[in-house]
Design a protein around this ligand. Structure first.
Ligand code: CTP
Length: 425
């Protein structure tokens, strides 16, 4: 599975460094090319000669030991498909999190724009240290995958969480990341997230409970799969891909429309307000004497439905009559599938639907009405999934009437499965 893949392994100065030797052999046996960067301290635990023999390549240690015109930290970063840092000490983790590049390994990590996986190993009290915890969070936010250490007997004599995770776990994570990193290569994916914010006056608004977590999980997974991601969101998350902050449904529609022509997929995971106040007040509305007030609401554009119509109108001339019939509502729901499948595939449009009752029935009606290629249906009557929580359980419908149920799982797992499903269309 790893044939001809270029794996760059950064080894830092911890006792677990010796465990990397078997991992290098496993990668080589699977057909990968391996290059090693060791910090000077790593060589106190494992010799350069061992690493060199196992990887069948030169071992890089010194930053200024430059052999050609291109600095090592750039040429190694360009060469590799993926970078593994194992064992990652508290020191190296913190330096990379803070952008410190004071040796070859940290300089390469700084210049590395592809996937990085880190497997920390340290004393259990160090792992619990608040600064280390914060730095781990910073790295995760930037898309670095952390393979958490395991519980057990530590070389320092303690029992606790700090042991390097198993070689199998590291191997599998690398294999999976390399396969995933190709899956959506060259594809542009636009993902919306969060609840829209409809202002009433400068201090008040209406919105909804959407946390944006599902949209974020989709965007991160798409990024890991190699996609060019545009994340259009009402919630501010730190992300390593293009982010467009929006507030209202109208802002969101403009931002999505700007990306339409160049996108391969548009996923509307945002909870868009169906209505906004008819007249937004420029000044704060004062309390006054009356016991009640009335706000008049007007309908927001249905972004998803309008995107689907735009896609229909991009279809070839030969389908024009059918398309016109569709636009004039002269096509029954079942027949509309045929009209739509006669059209261009790009972009694949995916809607989400949050239902508090009759999930499947409502979802079937919604996919027919909106005209999207896929609809991901969420049961919001359940408190353990959906809005605001980390897990989800969804049912995916496609325009041909196929249904796929995904069992309850963390949102990042659900996100991957959704992307796999729509990618196999
Ligand atoms: N959606 C949209 N624009 C709107 C309302 C919804 O683009 N004005 C999108 C959502 O992003 C989601 C899908 O439509 O992908 C379904 O949203 P949902 O709120 O379930 O559907 P509604 O059409 O609003 O229907 P209802 O609220 O009556 O169930």
């Amino acid at each position: 599975m790893l044939q001809s893949k270029h794996i760059l392994i950064g080894v830092t100065g911890g006792i677990a460094a010796y465990k990397i030797c078997t991992l290098i052999r496993d990668f080589k046996k699977s057909g990968a090319e391996v290059k090693i960067i060791a910090t000077p301290n790593a060589l106190n635990f494992v010799t350069k000669l061992t690493l060199q023999n196992l990887s069948q390549n030169e071992v890089y240690v010194e930053e200024f030991d430059v052999k050609n015109w291109k600095p090592e930290h750039i040429s190694l970063a360009d060469w590799a498909d993926i970078m593994l840092i194992a064992p990652a000490t508290a020191n190296t983790i913190s330096k990379i999190a803070q952008g410190i590049a004071d040796n070859l390994l940290t300089s390469v990590a700084c210049a590395f724009s592809k996937k990085i996986i880190m497997a920390p190993a340290m004393n259990c009290n160090m792992w619990q240290n608040e600064t280390i915890k914060d730095n781990i969070k910073i790295l995760q936010k930037r898309g670095i995958e952390i393979l958490e250490p395991e519980n057990g007997f530590l070389a320092c004599g303690y029992m606790g969480k700090g042991r390097l995770c198993s070689s199998d776990k590291i191997f599998n994570a690398i294999e999976e990341a390399l396969n995933y990193s190709q899956m959506l290569k060259g594809q542009k994916i636009v993902i919306t997230a969060g609840g829209t914010i409809e202002e009433i006056d400068p201090v008040r608004y209406i919105s909804n409970y959407s946390s944006g977590k599902m949209g974020l999980a989709l965007a991160k997974s798409a990024y890991d799969m190699g996609a060019d991601v545009v994340f259009i969101t009402t919630k501010d998350f730190d992300v390593p891909f293009k982010k467009v902050m929006v507030k209202s449904a109208q802002d969101m529609q403009n931002a999505v429309n700007d990306e339409f022509d160049s996108s391969n997929y548009i996923i509307m995971a945002a909870a868009v307000a169906d209505y906004r106040v008819k007249e937004h007040s420029e000044q704060k509305i004062k309390k006054g004497e009356q016991d009640s007030i009335t706000l008049e609401f007007v309908k927001n554009p249905d972004i998803l439905a309008e995107l689907c119509n735009r896609k229909l109108f991009n279809c070839s001339e030969t389908n024009k009559n059918e398309i016109l019939r569709f636009a004039q509502n002269d096509v029954q729901a079942e027949e509309s599938h045929d009209v739509k499948s006669a059209c261009n595939d790009k972009p694949v449009i995916v809607g989400f639907c949050a239902e508090s009752e009759n999930l499947l029935e409502n979802a079937k009606a919604k996919i027919a009405k909106k005209g999207c290629d896929f609809l991901v249906a969420n049961d919001i009557s359940r408190k353990d999934i959906g809005f605001g929580v980390n897990d989800n359980e969804v049912t995916i419908l496609n325009k041909n009437g196929d249904i796929l149920k995904l069992d309850k799982a963390p949102k990042n797992i659900i996100a991957r499965k959704i992307l796999e499903c729509i990618n196999m269309k």
